[in-house]
Design a protein. Sequence first.
Length: 305
Amino acid sequence: MQAVGADAQEAHAMTLRSMLFVPGDSERKLAKASAGPADALILDLEDAVAKERLPLARGMVAEFLKASRGRVRPPQLWVRINPLSTPDALPDLAAIVGGAPDGIVLPKTDSGADATLLGHYLTALETREGIEPGAIRILAVATETPAAMFTLGSFAGSTPRLYGLTWGAEDLPAAVGASTNLDDTGQLDFTYRLARSLCLLGAGAAGVEPVDTVYTDFRDSAGLLRNAQAARRAGFTGKIAIHPDQVEIINQAFTPSADEIAYAKRVIEAFAAGVGTVSLDGRMLDMPHLKQARRVLAMAKVDEK
């Protein structure tokens, strides 16, 4: 079987700041996006592709993946397939797994059982293609159905392939018959803010990455920056983009600043004596602060020493 290799293993562990959606049936957009700064591309076979063009899109994505094998990545190449509840999911997988994508984005999940089932499908297809079993990761879109809102804890232990959980505020209102996902102030209604929070907590419970959803107004750069910075403060480690112009802003928001890195190093140094509580700059710090400091350096890919 084809080994994953050192480069692939490093990519396997990489935390993705930005994941850019690209329609799977647009050769021009695929080529342009692959030269951009996104940490990962999501080659879309679901909402961005008309039903009648799905067979064409499968072929284009498969060829794009195969042409990209062996080159140095990033960007990582992920594929959003159609939901497992539809007859399109297995043909999507059968067409594209031979190209060894870095991961699959699984939409409209109801629970962690969907991630488990997808993991079994991937193992069979990886074996068929001579790809090391487990090489292809999974990002589950975990809040797009009403049932999913009650099962966010079920992703813990569902599959070792699980990279992370993300959420969405577009499909859920349609599923419950809402006319909009906004309240009368123009902010997300409580139901969809709850979906965001539960996604974050579900990812934490599963020990995987929480990935923030899209910011739909791609012309509003300032709004995107505020939104992405707020997501990072809340605990999200990356964000999905719907337009190439959003990627640099997202990367900026999810990259620790020089001041943050310097402070994180000072926190770690303060705990170097092995004590459980320390004083730094007039503040008392304990183990959660040390954990956060280490998280900052991990996001910045900076060694603790």
